[in-house]
Design a protein around this ligand. Sequence first.
Ligand SMILES: Cc1cc2nc3c(=O)[nH]c(=O)nc-3n(C[C@H](O)[C@H](O)[C@H](O)COP(=O)(O)OP(=O)(O)OC[C@H]3O[C@@H](n4cnc5c(N)ncnc54)[C@H](O)[C@@H]3O)c2cc1C
Length: 809
Amino acid sequence: MQWLVLSLFLLVLLALITRVRAPLMNWSIGIAIALFILPAVGWIGSGLAIALWVLFLLIMVPLHVEDLRINWLTTPLFKHMKKSLPPMSETERSAMEAGNVWWDAELFQGDPDWKELLDTPKSELTDEEEAFLNGPVEELCGMLDDWDITHKRNDLPPEVWRYIKANKFFGMIIPKAYGGLEFSAYAHSQVIQKISSRSTTAAVTVMVPNSLGPAELLLSYGTDAQKDLYLPRLATGEEVPCFALTGPEAGSDAGAIPDRGIVCKGEFNGKKVLGFRTSWEKRYITLGPVATTLGLAFHAYDPDHLLGDHDDLGITCALVPTDTKGVKIGRRHNPLDSAFQNGPNSGKNVFIPMEWIIGGQEQVGSGWRMLVERLAVGRGISLPSLSCGGAKLCSYTTGTYARIRKQFHLPIGKFEGVEEAMARIGGLTYMMDASRTLTLAALDQGEKPSVLTAIVKYYLTEGMRQAVNDAMDVHGGRGICLGPSNYLGRAYQTIPVGITVEGANILTRTLIIFGQGAMRCHPFVMAEMEALNSEDEDEGIRVFDGLLMNHLAYVTANAARSFVYAITLGRFASSPVTGEVANYYRQLARFSAAFATMADISLLVLGGALKRKEKLSGRFADALGYMYLCSATLKRFEDDDRPASDLPMVHWSCQFALYQVQEALFGIVRNYPVKLIGWKLLALGFPLGRRLHLPSDRLGHQISTMLMEDSEARSRLINGIYLPDDPDDITGRLGHAFELTLKADEVEKRLRSSGHVYEPSEDYNSWLRRLQEESLISREEKTLMEESYKTVYSVVMVDDFPAGKRAVK
Ligand SMILES: Cc1cc2nc3c(=O)[nH]c(=O)nc-3n(C[C@H](O)[C@H](O)[C@H](O)COP(=O)(O)OP(=O)(O)OC[C@H]3O[C@@H](n4cnc5c(N)ncnc54)[C@H](O)[C@@H]3O)c2cc1C
């Protein structure tokens, strides 16, 4: 009996800890009172009560008696952690400190406040932005012939360049005061998304000047004179910018660029001025070959101490006109046959006057901070928008093609094998778009959530890779044979570009997301590290001690929550909504608590070594990333006023994401370097094992059926891409074939029910003539079926070329 009471007591205590955030002292008083009451009313025997008191005092006295605690716990821990703390370079510190935290911190800390998520206003377009999307963007898309661009010209046509510049596509982020369009992050993203559904070459060309580059850097750090000089010319394309950071020796490790600038005096506009004698070698620079303004990152040194006492000044950013003496520019790379301008450039002993340094002399050495701060925002827009454009195009074209292409007398989309691929395309597209729009909403509220932008960069480019691969499989040879009528092949070819740029994906997953998340999202780690690095050790220990007590209460609450939610399969967690999606909120709360516990224990047990355990931190990234994708899906469903026809995609996305979270967390405990800790984490996070599964076949069937129908849910899913209705355009013709197929199917269905099925042994047109003669179809129906057959045939056909070395049409 007394063990039953004790178990119940512990369960109630755990349950209370999960719900009530209170300091450790309050908990201690509460437990002490209970330890008086339980034996007094005879619910537990005196022997057990004494044992519990001993245990309680052994734990709580050292924790609450300050001198004891500092000597026995805080100081040894402080010294151990100080020793195991990996040295952090200035470069790493800047990267860690870039941006701020938002919803990521809620998920990271184990007790997400759903109100914060659901109250975040959804981004909307202004009338002006809407008009731009329906006007110039639509017109630009109509001008883009991707085969002509990628295969024949290897460039955008001159009239497209002119149109882009004249309509200020390069000035979307530039304020109106400087002649730009001053669009919101959401509008900017919608523009990139639409163009990317037509041509990745054009999308990248428009993307780069609006992303990390001269305009972005000038707006945040430039002097007034630099802004006045450059921004109006960048907005109208009079200046074409690029930004050169990467070189042969410094790719992912960009902070290690060997390009040098030595402070010296030089001749500029007929005067002797201070500046840098600079040499560099860069590669992979987008728009580099046609740029007029080269944003340049170099490492500045001052050996003669012309600027101060330091020799090494750090990374510095400058704007260099490309016609400056000593600059070599113009050659091109071939990034997987995409035709956007990309190439190497170099400079030998180029004199860069101080007034070309972004922000002037006072910003010398701040280049790395500038770059990581701006990247923290920019990577949440460019590639996620391009990825969603690609995934939506896949959803549209694959659903449509799978409906019109028949094999074995059936649309191929009706085969279960094809359904599986289509379900992934539709489900991923929904989840990716939800994550894109939620991140943009945060950016439009002025947040700079560096961890979330890294998450959307990684998971959306990977989502696009999956969607395009699946789309290629469903299209078969239709996707493989390149030519003017192939709308998928180039997207497939160029996927690795998105995977590699703005932080290569392997590094982003295994080093950045959790590494940065642990520092930024954790409520105590940054402050504890500051205390550990304190020059005055006694003061450091005092501050560390205060943080430690709060940290202990935080870990205890998360561990209790993790266990209680896991053992009750999330039922004890609360949900801000009712109905069939409520359980997803509960599961997220459960995993958030498990994640927070595992992250904390790992930081404590592995300390600095965690930085090298990339397989573990990659799994932490997956858990955090998919929790974000799942919460974005739920938020989108609420923002869209819960359309019932979206439910299959909502269920699919949430189930898929939660399964990935489960597998990532389980992978952590299974592969934990300290086995004993791994088992404890297993007991806390998975006392009943792994209970979640991938989405069911039934859900997959519903999604793939939806993709093959002209439905509201499908229109909502692909909203924002370019869909021409010109039957001479291959995408337009595909849509036309789809409409005709749906209409002709009604007639075919009727014929089939009366036993009239077309057999290839007979000519199709003769068969139709015969049916009309036998009054089985009307003249209009015959015309409809002929037209449908002809149009589908023309869509199914691929390009061929005269024999020769290269395919040209
Ligand atoms: C088409 C294109 C356009 C580009 N545009 C520009 C531009 O305009 N301006 C500019 O400055 N740069 C640009 N880049 C450069 C781009 O940012 C780099 O390619 C990228 O940073 C990766 O560098 P890298 O290619 O040298 O690969 P590497 O750094 O050699 O990396 C190779 C692989 O190793 C992984 N890796 C490296 N270090 C780690 C680690 N610590 N942990 C885990 N994995 C790791 C990477 O994730 C990657 O998978 C462009 C590149 C391309 C291909």
